[in-house]
Design a binder for this molecule. Structure first.
Ligand code: ATP
Ligand code: PAF
Ligand code: BAL
Length: 268
Protein backbone atom coordinates (compact mmCIF):
# COMPACT_ATOMS: atom_id res chain seq x y z
CA UNK A 1 0.00 0.00 0.00
CA UNK A 2 2.85 2.38 0.82
CA UNK A 3 4.53 1.70 -2.51
CA UNK A 4 1.19 2.12 -4.31
CA UNK A 5 0.66 5.46 -2.58
CA UNK A 6 4.22 6.78 -2.99
CA UNK A 7 4.46 5.74 -6.65
CA UNK A 8 1.41 7.84 -7.47
CA UNK A 9 2.54 10.76 -5.33
CA UNK A 10 5.91 10.74 -7.09
CA UNK A 11 4.00 11.16 -10.37
CA UNK A 12 2.46 14.31 -8.88
CA UNK A 13 -0.91 12.81 -7.92
CA UNK A 14 -2.50 13.49 -4.54
CA UNK A 15 -3.96 10.64 -2.49
CA UNK A 16 -6.89 10.82 -0.04
CA UNK A 17 -7.77 8.20 2.57
CA UNK A 18 -11.18 7.41 4.08
CA UNK A 19 -10.83 5.16 7.14
CA UNK A 20 -13.97 3.12 7.92
CA UNK A 21 -15.12 0.05 9.77
CA UNK A 22 -17.30 -0.98 6.81
CA UNK A 23 -21.07 -1.57 6.76
CA UNK A 24 -21.08 1.47 4.54
CA UNK A 25 -23.87 4.00 4.11
CA UNK A 26 -24.33 7.41 2.50
CA UNK A 27 -22.31 9.02 5.31
CA UNK A 28 -19.23 7.03 4.33
CA UNK A 29 -19.87 7.59 0.62
CA UNK A 30 -20.04 11.35 1.22
CA UNK A 31 -16.49 11.14 2.61
CA UNK A 32 -15.35 9.25 -0.49
CA UNK A 33 -16.97 11.86 -2.75
CA UNK A 34 -15.29 14.65 -0.80
CA UNK A 35 -12.01 12.75 -1.04
CA UNK A 36 -12.35 12.39 -4.80
CA UNK A 37 -13.26 16.05 -5.18
CA UNK A 38 -10.08 17.18 -3.39
CA UNK A 39 -7.54 14.46 -4.25
CA UNK A 40 -6.60 12.80 -7.54
CA UNK A 41 -6.96 9.34 -5.99
CA UNK A 42 -8.97 8.05 -3.06
CA UNK A 43 -8.34 4.96 -0.89
CA UNK A 44 -10.82 3.54 1.61
CA UNK A 45 -9.88 1.29 4.49
CA UNK A 46 -12.29 -1.25 5.93
CA UNK A 47 -11.18 -2.70 9.25
CA UNK A 48 -13.24 -3.43 12.35
CA UNK A 49 -10.51 -2.45 14.75
CA UNK A 50 -10.56 -4.74 17.82
CA UNK A 51 -8.46 -2.43 20.02
CA UNK A 52 -11.14 0.28 20.10
CA UNK A 53 -13.84 -2.06 21.43
CA UNK A 54 -14.09 -2.85 25.14
CA UNK A 55 -14.97 -6.37 26.28
CA UNK A 56 -18.77 -6.66 26.12
CA UNK A 57 -19.16 -4.15 23.29
CA UNK A 58 -20.38 -5.16 19.82
CA UNK A 59 -17.08 -6.24 18.20
CA UNK A 60 -18.31 -9.75 17.34
CA UNK A 61 -21.72 -8.68 16.05
CA UNK A 62 -20.48 -5.59 14.19
CA UNK A 63 -21.88 -5.96 10.63
CA UNK A 64 -19.39 -7.03 7.93
CA UNK A 65 -21.23 -6.97 4.56
CA UNK A 66 -17.98 -6.94 2.58
CA UNK A 67 -19.29 -7.68 -0.94
CA UNK A 68 -21.90 -4.95 -0.66
CA UNK A 69 -19.33 -2.50 0.72
CA UNK A 70 -16.95 -3.16 -2.18
CA UNK A 71 -19.81 -2.75 -4.65
CA UNK A 72 -20.70 0.62 -3.11
CA UNK A 73 -17.08 1.78 -3.21
CA UNK A 74 -16.72 0.64 -6.83
CA UNK A 75 -19.84 2.67 -7.61
CA UNK A 76 -18.08 5.76 -6.28
CA UNK A 77 -15.00 5.04 -8.39
CA UNK A 78 -12.72 4.28 -5.44
CA UNK A 79 -9.10 3.75 -6.53
CA UNK A 80 -8.04 1.21 -3.89
CA UNK A 81 -9.41 -0.48 -0.77
CA UNK A 82 -7.19 -1.58 2.12
CA UNK A 83 -8.71 -4.61 3.85
CA UNK A 84 -6.24 -5.83 6.44
CA UNK A 85 -6.79 -8.77 8.77
CA UNK A 86 -6.36 -8.52 12.55
CA UNK A 87 -3.06 -10.40 12.14
CA UNK A 88 -1.72 -7.86 9.65
CA UNK A 89 -2.57 -4.90 11.89
CA UNK A 90 -1.72 -6.56 15.22
CA UNK A 91 0.82 -9.34 14.62
CA UNK A 92 2.11 -11.34 17.53
CA UNK A 93 4.34 -9.16 19.68
CA UNK A 94 2.49 -5.92 18.84
CA UNK A 95 2.76 -3.60 21.84
CA UNK A 96 3.05 0.10 20.95
CA UNK A 97 0.03 2.37 21.44
CA UNK A 98 -0.56 6.09 20.98
CA UNK A 99 -1.44 8.00 24.18
CA UNK A 100 -4.71 9.90 23.81
CA UNK A 101 -4.56 13.72 24.04
CA UNK A 102 -6.64 15.47 26.75
CA UNK A 103 -9.46 16.28 24.31
CA UNK A 104 -10.21 12.54 24.29
CA UNK A 105 -10.50 12.06 28.04
CA UNK A 106 -14.12 13.15 28.60
CA UNK A 107 -17.41 12.01 27.01
CA UNK A 108 -16.62 9.05 24.67
CA UNK A 109 -13.29 8.68 26.44
CA UNK A 110 -15.04 8.43 29.81
CA UNK A 111 -17.86 6.17 28.59
CA UNK A 112 -15.57 3.91 26.54
CA UNK A 113 -12.20 3.64 28.32
CA UNK A 114 -9.38 2.67 25.93
CA UNK A 115 -11.60 3.40 22.90
CA UNK A 116 -9.61 6.39 21.68
CA UNK A 117 -6.30 4.65 22.39
CA UNK A 118 -7.41 2.04 19.87
CA UNK A 119 -8.56 4.70 17.41
CA UNK A 120 -5.38 6.83 17.58
CA UNK A 121 -3.19 3.75 17.31
CA UNK A 122 -4.97 2.28 14.29
CA UNK A 123 -5.35 5.64 12.52
CA UNK A 124 -1.66 6.33 13.06
CA UNK A 125 -0.88 2.90 11.62
CA UNK A 126 -3.09 3.64 8.59
CA UNK A 127 -1.19 6.90 8.04
CA UNK A 128 2.13 5.01 8.14
CA UNK A 129 0.88 2.33 5.76
CA UNK A 130 -0.84 4.81 3.43
CA UNK A 131 0.98 8.16 3.68
CA UNK A 132 -1.95 10.04 2.15
CA UNK A 133 -2.04 13.79 1.50
CA UNK A 134 -5.49 14.16 3.08
CA UNK A 135 -7.73 12.06 5.33
CA UNK A 136 -11.50 12.43 5.48
CA UNK A 137 -13.36 12.06 8.80
CA UNK A 138 -17.05 12.59 9.57
CA UNK A 139 -18.21 15.16 12.10
CA UNK A 140 -20.66 12.53 13.35
CA UNK A 141 -17.79 11.19 15.43
CA UNK A 142 -17.04 14.72 16.58
CA UNK A 143 -14.70 13.93 19.46
CA UNK A 144 -12.85 11.33 17.36
CA UNK A 145 -12.21 14.05 14.78
CA UNK A 146 -10.82 16.40 17.44
CA UNK A 147 -8.63 13.61 18.88
CA UNK A 148 -7.23 12.72 15.44
CA UNK A 149 -6.56 16.41 14.66
CA UNK A 150 -4.58 16.70 17.92
CA UNK A 151 -2.65 13.52 17.22
CA UNK A 152 -1.67 14.73 13.75
CA UNK A 153 -0.48 18.05 15.17
CA UNK A 154 1.33 16.51 18.16
CA UNK A 155 3.07 13.78 16.18
CA UNK A 156 3.93 15.91 13.10
CA UNK A 157 1.98 13.65 10.77
CA UNK A 158 1.97 15.08 7.24
CA UNK A 159 -1.59 14.01 6.37
CA UNK A 160 -4.13 16.86 6.40
CA UNK A 161 -7.37 16.08 8.26
CA UNK A 162 -10.52 17.15 6.41
CA UNK A 163 -13.73 17.26 8.50
CA UNK A 164 -16.92 16.30 6.63
CA UNK A 165 -20.56 17.19 7.41
CA UNK A 166 -22.93 14.73 9.09
CA UNK A 167 -25.25 12.95 6.65
CA UNK A 168 -28.73 12.34 8.07
CA UNK A 169 -31.78 10.29 7.18
CA UNK A 170 -34.76 12.31 5.91
CA UNK A 171 -36.15 12.52 9.45
CA UNK A 172 -32.92 13.72 11.05
CA UNK A 173 -31.43 10.46 12.38
CA UNK A 174 -27.65 10.60 11.86
CA UNK A 175 -26.62 7.77 9.56
CA UNK A 176 -24.65 5.10 11.40
CA UNK A 177 -23.73 1.50 10.72
CA UNK A 178 -25.27 0.71 14.10
CA UNK A 179 -28.73 1.98 13.03
CA UNK A 180 -29.29 -1.42 11.45
CA UNK A 181 -29.44 -2.96 14.95
CA UNK A 182 -32.61 -0.92 15.72
CA UNK A 183 -36.12 -2.41 15.67
CA UNK A 184 -38.92 -0.18 14.27
CA UNK A 185 -39.88 0.96 17.77
CA UNK A 186 -36.28 1.61 18.74
CA UNK A 187 -35.72 3.63 15.58
CA UNK A 188 -38.52 5.98 16.66
CA UNK A 189 -36.86 6.42 20.04
CA UNK A 190 -33.47 6.93 18.34
CA UNK A 191 -34.89 10.05 16.69
CA UNK A 192 -34.89 11.69 20.12
CA UNK A 193 -31.12 12.16 19.82
CA UNK A 194 -31.28 14.51 16.82
CA UNK A 195 -34.46 16.08 18.26
CA UNK A 196 -32.67 16.94 21.49
CA UNK A 197 -29.90 18.64 19.50
CA UNK A 198 -32.45 20.57 17.42
CA UNK A 199 -34.11 21.73 20.65
CA UNK A 200 -30.79 23.00 22.01
CA UNK A 201 -30.07 24.78 18.71
CA UNK A 202 -33.52 26.41 18.63
CA UNK A 203 -33.19 27.58 22.24
CA UNK A 204 -29.75 28.96 21.50
CA UNK A 205 -31.03 30.75 18.38
CA UNK A 206 -33.77 32.32 20.52
CA UNK A 207 -31.18 33.72 22.93
CA UNK A 208 -30.92 31.06 25.66
CA UNK A 209 -27.18 30.81 26.30
CA UNK A 210 -27.22 29.13 29.74
CA UNK A 211 -25.73 25.67 29.26
CA UNK A 212 -27.59 24.22 32.27
CA UNK A 213 -30.92 25.14 30.64
CA UNK A 214 -29.88 23.73 27.26
CA UNK A 215 -28.68 20.47 28.79
CA UNK A 216 -31.84 20.12 30.87
CA UNK A 217 -33.98 20.54 27.73
CA UNK A 218 -31.86 17.96 25.89
CA UNK A 219 -32.18 15.46 28.73
CA UNK A 220 -35.95 15.88 28.83
CA UNK A 221 -36.13 14.84 25.14
CA UNK A 222 -34.12 11.69 25.85
CA UNK A 223 -36.18 10.05 28.58
CA UNK A 224 -37.33 7.16 26.36
CA UNK A 225 -33.73 6.03 25.80
CA UNK A 226 -32.64 2.94 27.69
CA UNK A 227 -29.60 4.71 29.13
CA UNK A 228 -28.21 8.20 28.67
CA UNK A 229 -24.41 8.39 28.72
CA UNK A 230 -24.26 12.17 28.24
CA UNK A 231 -26.12 15.17 26.82
CA UNK A 232 -23.87 18.19 27.05
CA UNK A 233 -22.97 21.55 25.56
CA UNK A 234 -19.20 22.17 25.61
CA UNK A 235 -16.52 24.29 23.94
CA UNK A 236 -16.35 23.09 20.33
CA UNK A 237 -12.54 23.09 20.18
CA UNK A 238 -11.42 21.83 23.58
CA UNK A 239 -14.60 19.95 24.59
CA UNK A 240 -14.14 21.58 28.02
CA UNK A 241 -17.31 22.40 30.01
CA UNK A 242 -18.71 25.94 29.61
CA UNK A 243 -21.44 27.75 31.54
CA UNK A 244 -22.74 29.99 28.76
CA UNK A 245 -22.59 29.72 25.00
CA UNK A 246 -20.33 32.71 24.33
CA UNK A 247 -17.95 30.84 22.02
CA UNK A 248 -18.26 28.23 19.27
CA UNK A 249 -20.00 25.43 21.17
CA UNK A 250 -21.15 21.92 20.34
CA UNK A 251 -24.04 19.92 21.75
CA UNK A 252 -23.18 16.22 22.00
CA UNK A 253 -25.29 13.26 22.97
CA UNK A 254 -24.65 9.55 23.50
CA UNK A 255 -27.45 7.20 24.48
CA UNK A 256 -28.36 3.53 24.45
CA UNK A 257 -31.59 2.58 22.66
CA UNK A 258 -32.22 -1.04 23.59
CA UNK A 259 -28.80 -2.65 23.24
CA UNK A 260 -27.61 -0.14 20.62
CA UNK A 261 -25.38 2.78 21.60
CA UNK A 262 -25.78 5.85 19.39
CA UNK A 263 -24.04 9.24 19.26
CA UNK A 264 -24.89 12.53 17.58
CA UNK A 265 -23.92 16.20 17.82
CA UNK A 266 -24.65 19.65 16.47
CA UNK A 267 -22.60 22.82 16.39
CA UNK A 268 -24.32 25.71 18.22
N1 ATP B 1 -23.72 10.02 9.14
C1 ATP B 1 -22.44 10.27 8.87
N2 ATP B 1 -22.11 11.41 8.23
C2 ATP B 1 -20.80 11.70 7.97
N3 ATP B 1 -19.78 10.89 8.28
C3 ATP B 1 -20.07 9.74 8.91
C4 ATP B 1 -21.41 9.37 9.23
N4 ATP B 1 -21.37 8.18 9.85
C5 ATP B 1 -20.09 7.82 9.92
N5 ATP B 1 -19.30 8.75 9.36
C6 ATP B 1 -17.85 8.75 9.29
O1 ATP B 1 -17.37 7.61 8.63
C7 ATP B 1 -16.11 7.25 9.15
C8 ATP B 1 -16.14 5.81 9.51
O2 ATP B 1 -17.05 5.64 10.57
P1 ATP B 1 -17.66 4.24 10.98
O3 ATP B 1 -17.22 3.20 10.02
O4 ATP B 1 -17.47 4.03 12.43
O5 ATP B 1 -19.18 4.49 10.65
P2 ATP B 1 -20.41 4.66 11.57
O6 ATP B 1 -21.60 4.57 10.72
O7 ATP B 1 -20.17 5.86 12.42
O8 ATP B 1 -20.37 3.38 12.42
P3 ATP B 1 -20.69 3.20 13.93
O9 ATP B 1 -22.07 2.76 13.96
O10 ATP B 1 -19.66 2.19 14.25
O11 ATP B 1 -20.45 4.49 14.66
C9 ATP B 1 -15.86 8.15 10.37
O12 ATP B 1 -15.03 9.23 9.97
C10 ATP B 1 -17.25 8.63 10.68
O13 ATP B 1 -17.28 9.87 11.34
C1 PAF C 1 -11.54 5.93 12.32
C2 PAF C 1 -11.88 4.47 12.48
C3 PAF C 1 -12.00 3.82 11.10
C4 PAF C 1 -10.71 3.78 13.21
O1 PAF C 1 -10.95 2.44 13.39
C5 PAF C 1 -13.16 4.27 13.28
O2 PAF C 1 -13.03 4.76 14.57
C6 PAF C 1 -14.37 4.81 12.60
O3 PAF C 1 -14.90 4.10 11.74
O4 PAF C 1 -14.79 5.95 12.89
N1 BAL D 1 -17.42 5.45 14.68
C1 BAL D 1 -16.49 5.18 15.76
C2 BAL D 1 -16.18 3.75 15.81
C3 BAL D 1 -16.68 3.06 17.02
O1 BAL D 1 -17.79 3.38 17.48
O2 BAL D 1 -16.00 2.17 17.51
Amino acid sequence: MRDWCRARQSEGQTVGIVPTMGALHEGHLSLVRRGKSICDLCVATIFVNPTQFAPGEDLSRYPRPLDRDLEMLRGEGIDAVFLPTDEIMYPEGFGTYVTVPPVGMSLEGASRPEHFRGVTTVVNKFFQIIPADSAFFGQKDYQQLRVVEHMVRDLNIATEIVPCDIVREHDGLAMSSRNRYLSDDERKIALSLSRSLATAAEMCDSGETRVAMLEQAMRSELTACTKLDYAVVVDADTLEPIEVVDCRAVALVAAHVGTTRLIDNRIL
